[in-house]
Design a protein around this ligand. Structure first.
Ligand code: PXP
Length: 274
């Protein structure tokens, strides 16, 4: 079994460093190591639990299993409708996750207040629509620039890193940088849905160009959405993409092979191609 604890996880726990110091060290590490890491999104463990509104399977157990497999981080989305992850989960995860805890959330005031109280290592800001099956598009950082700047300030006060989940578009990157975000997560959904080789290559070019621009703007660059064991190679090869947030594909495989093995297999692929 590969134990894959990465230095970024340790740095994120260094609470004596302020956000800017931590961000600088992480950026230095990424430059030096050019190494991508995996955050496992465990929302769908909670989806299964909520199918019977019971207490199993517990996403907190899942997080431990992912960590034991070498995940660098755990991602959960606390949605306003609490359809999967709930407040209790986020509280317990904050107490038990030893690697990075990345809280996906929208910018609605009650959710922002919860983040301020729980203080995850990182928040990833996403748009949220009640009727959607999963997060559909990127956050419009241009349209919501004023609110974004306020949220960034409040998160930084609590020493929480801020990432925005955005389309790989120049205006979104610029708005993220101008509002003081630490990172952006590039939406890989269009890449994941591309069918022909030509379309796949076009989407990869877009992601690479967006990654270059984000790095020039001093942003750390993450990626996620729709990534699977079959399509991870293409994005893992883009140097400088340093963190992948992957949920559905890992949890789907976990049904058959267990979550520890499913996580380890994804890490192995990321390591192989990055
Ligand atoms: N990144 C973000 C911002 C997301 O909203 C999601 C879905 O919750 C993911 C990554 C993971 O996507 P998937 O479940 O398709 O791997």
């Amino acid at each position: 079994m590969i134990i894959n604890l990465r230095p970024t996880a340790n740095i994120l726990q260094s609470n004596f460093l302020d956000v800017n110091e931590r961000r600088y060290i992480i950026a230095e590490e990424i430059e030096g190591l050019l190494m991508a890491v995996l955050n496992v999104n465990i929302d769908h463990v909670a989806t299964v639990r909520q199918a019977r509104v019971t207490d199993e399977p517990d996403p907190v157990w899942a997080a431990t299993e992912c960590e034991l497999a070498g995940a660098n981080g755990i991602t959960v989305h606390l949605r306003q409708d609490r359809r999967h992850i709930n407040d209790r989960d986020v509280r317990l995860l904050k107490e038990t996750v030893a690697c990075k805890l990345n809280l996906e959330m929208c910018m609605a005031e009650p959710i922002v207040k919860i983040a301020e109280q729980i203080k995850p290592d990182q928040v990833t800001l996403v748009p949220e629509k009640r009727a959607e099956l999963t997060t559909e598009g990127g956050l419009d950082c241009v349209r919501h620039k004023k609110r974004l700047a306020q949220v960034v300030k409040r998160m930084h006060k609590k020493r929480i890193l801020v990432s925005t989940f955005i389309a790989p578009a120049k205006a979104q990157i610029t708005a993220s940088a101008e509002t003081g975000c630490d990172a952006v997560e590039l939406h890989t959904g269009m890449y994941a849905n591309a069918k022909s080789q030509r379309a796949i290559e076009k989407r990869l070019r877009e992601l690479k160009e967006a990654k270059d621009l984000a790095m020039e703007s001093n942003l750390i660059v993450h990626a996620g959405h729709g990534l699977t064991y079959r399509n991870i190679a293409g994005v893992a090869q883009i140097k400088g993409l340093c963190e992948f947030n992957i949920g559905h594909s890992i949890i789907a495989r976990a049904v058959f092979v267990g979550i520890r093995q499913a996580t380890a297999e994804m890490i192995r692929l990321i390591d192989k191609f990055s």
